[in-house]
Design a protein around this ligand. Structure first.
Ligand SMILES: [Mg+2]
Ligand SMILES: [Zn+2]
Length: 199
């Protein structure tokens, strides 16, 4: 089973981009943009609008993340047993130092950030909209191997998760799938995911 892992809110206990926005960004724009996501604003518009409110030097933000991001229980075991692909709407420059901190080496597919001091600018890995949902979505960057298990928690996982043979979901993704009547397995720790994959 090929395992694909979202990063923020899936590997990390709290969404590290939300942590950055809360610490360094504009909270009002952040709160409004999250409300409008998927309604009047696309995922791309929300991400670009939010990240542009961060204007601190990258080193300062990275130091904050390295000091404060906590990974979910079972991450090391899942990484060792399944060599999952990390597929994230976040950024190589914020994910890879945290993987190094954890002593874990995994393939990462993510975007890049240009941390301009007049507002961070996203360099999209794949700027073409998804043919299924119309958003800049992670589905296009899924691996081709099947069967595949997808593990995620949020809005940007919705479309990609539907392409998987098994879906592990928590938080907003779990609520969405429940509403849509899509079968999934609920998780809180990655230890539970490891156990379910072994069963
Ligand atoms: Mg997430
Ligand atoms: Zn899509």
């Amino acid at each position: 089973m090929r395992v694909v892992l979202d990063w923020d809110g899936t590997v990390t206990m709290r969404d590290s981009l939300w942590m950055l926005l809360d610490e360094f960004g504009d909270r009002e724009i952040f709160a409004q943009a999250e409300k409008d996501l998927g309604k009047t604003l696309s995922y791309r518009e929300v991400m670009e609008m939010e990240l542009a409110t961060i204007q601190v030097p990258f080193e300062e933000a990275l130091t904050f993340l390295l000091d404060s991001v906590v990974v979910r229980e079972g991450f090391h075991e899942l990484a060792a047993k399944h060599n999952p692909l990390i597929l994230s709407g976040g950024f190589h420059q914020t994910i890879e130092p945290l993987l190094a901190r954890e002593g874990v080496s995994l393939e990462v597919r993510a975007n890049r950030i240009n941390p301009r001091t007049d507002g961070w600018l996203i360099e999209w890995r794949d700027p073409e909209p998804c043919e299924v949902c119309g958003e800049l979505c992670k589905r296009r960057n899924l691996p081709t191997e099947r069967p595949m298990a997808y593990v995620g928690d949020g809005y940007s996982d919705r479309c990609a998760a539907l392409a998987a043979d098994r879906i592990f979901a928590r938080d907003a993704l779990a609520r969405h799938l429940e509403t849509e009547g899509v079968p999934f397995e609920r998780f809180e720790t990655l230890t539970e995911v490891v156990a379910a994959l072994a069963a």
